[in-house]
Design a protein around this ligand. Structure first.
Ligand code: GLU
Length: 507
């Protein structure tokens, strides 16, 4: 085996990838790239009953959206392929046979009914039935059958499974990069099924054979596979192969902290759980997240750079990533934090990208409703300027419209509470006086309008609040928005005055 770092992400195409799966892929990718190694995608589709149409494409599209491009995998063949286990089917029997001939595995003929009966009988006595050293000689398998009887059954093509012969009375010492040293008493292990007479390997056999043949140096996967680790290490020993190094990642926990984050938590809390939409479930992409934000928050769910830094682009993650700094305990998922990251990456986004996305929304909104000036809704420079005024307040592009509609439309209603508070008896007279003043402004720029209005406020002996608040209400329909004179300069002299007149009529 070469010393090159080679890692794999090995999902089963049984449905969409949970973001926990994306995080596993991400950590594999970061570790590979940090160590100038290869990141491999292997599709573990040996269980045809759980195969879901479209899931493989979904997995690949999700990885690509996050920028986690694999070096080898389906569609990127190499001497280590093929990368779908269903296409490697012919390969596994040889390895099952190898283990049988060396006495590390055996044929078992126990029917599902008889195994069930054993289970029930044990339950009655308050025990659990485990198929292993303590009873395997009494069960229906090649350990208890005569060679002739075994041959007869095989010739008759009776259904069998191949079970691993777990060693008795041994203590296994295993090192996990994240969890440190682990001791396992082999007497607690069951003789897991490795292969079935339908010619299909189980996950355990296929996984080990493939990791070996694909020269995987490090297995980085979810904590849920920790209980299989002993068997996997024993399988490497049984084949006489050098085992890869292992790292089992902590779970991503519910926002409340207890239990594994599930699809239902997303539905309950109104946040995505999948990278891309799948059926009815909205994905991060479609919910308006930038892949940079998703990658960033996932990286920090379980890994800590050891510094205060919170924002990491993919290349910075590669530079800083260290498996040894991955936590042992579960990482609590915080939906608010994901928005915070998106807010950050929205501010960093190139104007042209934001412009492009916002124009789609504008087109939709303004094809249904009138704008005060059609030309502006097609003016890239104008729209880009609007974005620059409001993006600070947004975490998602889809919030832009709510924050900026008054740059495109004359307000047709006014926030009632604001009116009650700011529209005084004296207000109409004040605003009426302001109209000729605004009409006289030569260059209707933000600083010029500001100067004229503020000087006038001073001369009239008015307070700022008496003028600025109702004026904002008139322009925006509410008391929110960026600098008032920026808004007025943007919509222009004619529209600004029109809005004052309209409000004087309406309020
Ligand atoms: N196919 C397994 C899964 O779906 C892979 C586990 C592993 O990485 O060994 O998670």
């Amino acid at each position: 085996m070469s010393n090159k770092v080679r890692v794999r992400f090995a999902p089963s195409p049984t449905g969409p990838l949970h973001i926990g799966g994306i995080r596993t892929a991400l950590y594999n990718y970061l570790f590979a790239k940090k160590n100038k190694g290869d990141f491999i995608l292997r599709i573990e589709d040996t269980d045809q009953n759980r195969y879901v149409q479209g899931a493989e494409d979904y997995i690949i599209n999700s990885l690509n959206w996050c920028g986690l491009y694999f070096d080898e995998g389906p569609g990127k063949e190499s001497e280590h392929g093929p990368f779908r286990q269903s296409e490697r089917k012919s390969l596994y029997k040889k390895y099952a046979d190898l283990l049988i001939s060396s006495g590390k595995a055996y044929y078992a003929f126990d029917s599902p009914e008889s195994l069930n009966a054993h289970r029930k009988e044990h339950e009655k006595k308050g025990k659990t039935f485990i198929y292993n050293w303590h009873n395997r000689l009494k069960l229906d398998n090649s350990l208890s059958l005569s060679p002739e009887e075994l041959q007869r059954r095989l010739d008759n093509k009776e259904n069998f499974v191949v079970r691993f012969y777990s060693p008795q009375d041994e203590v296994l010492l295993i090192t996990d990069i994240i969890r440190g040293d682990i001791q396992i008493d082999t007497n607690t292990l069951d003789d897991k099924v490795l292969f079935k007479s339908d010619g299909m390997p189980t996950y355990h056999l296929a996984n080990i054979v493939d990791d070996h043949l694909m020269e995987i140096s490090h297995v980085i996967r979810g904590e849920e596979w920790l209980p299989s680790l002993a068997l996997h290490v024993l399988l490497y020993e049984a084949f006489g192969w050098q085992a890869p190094k292992f790292a089992h990642l902590p779970l991503i926990m519910k926002p409340e902290g207890k239990g594994k984050l599930s699809k239902r938590d997303g539905e309950k809390g109104g946040f995505p759980i999948f990278p891309l939409s799948w059926g009815e479930s909205l994905g991060y992409k479609e919910a308006g997240y930038f892949p940079e934000a998703v990658v960033n928050f996932l990286a920090l769910l379980g890994w800590n750079p050891g510094t205060e830094q919170e924002f990491f682009k993919l290349d910075e993650l590669i530079e800083n990533f260290d498996l040894k700094k991955v936590h042992k305990s579960g990482a609590r998922f915080d939906p608010e934090k994901t928005k915070w990251y998106n807010h950050h990456y929205l501010q960093e986004q190139e104007d042209s990208i934001l412009l492009h996305s916002f124009k789609d929304i504008l087109f939709e909104k303004l094809s249904a409703e009138e704008s005060f000036d059609h030309a502006r809704t097609n003016d890239d420079e104008y729209i880009a300027k609007v974005i620059s005024f409001i993006k600070e307040r947004a975490s998602f592009v889809h919030e832009f419209w709510e924050l900026s509609h008054y740059f495109f439309q004359t307000p047709n209603s006014y926030n009632e509470r604001a009116v009650k508070k700011q529209w005084k008896d004296s207000t109409p007279a004040i605003l009426n006086k302001l109209i000729p003043l605004l009409e006289a402004v030569q260059d209707f720029s933000s600083p010029d309008v500001e100067e004229v209005v503020k000087n006038w406020i001073g001369k009239e002996g008015l307070s700022f609040g008496q003028v600025m608040a109702p004026l904002r209400l008139v322009m925006v329909g509410d008391l929110k928005g960026p600098h008032l004179f920026d808004i007025m300069a943007m919509i222009g002299q004619e529209e600004s005055i029109k809005r004052i007149r309209l409000a004087l009529n309406k309020l």
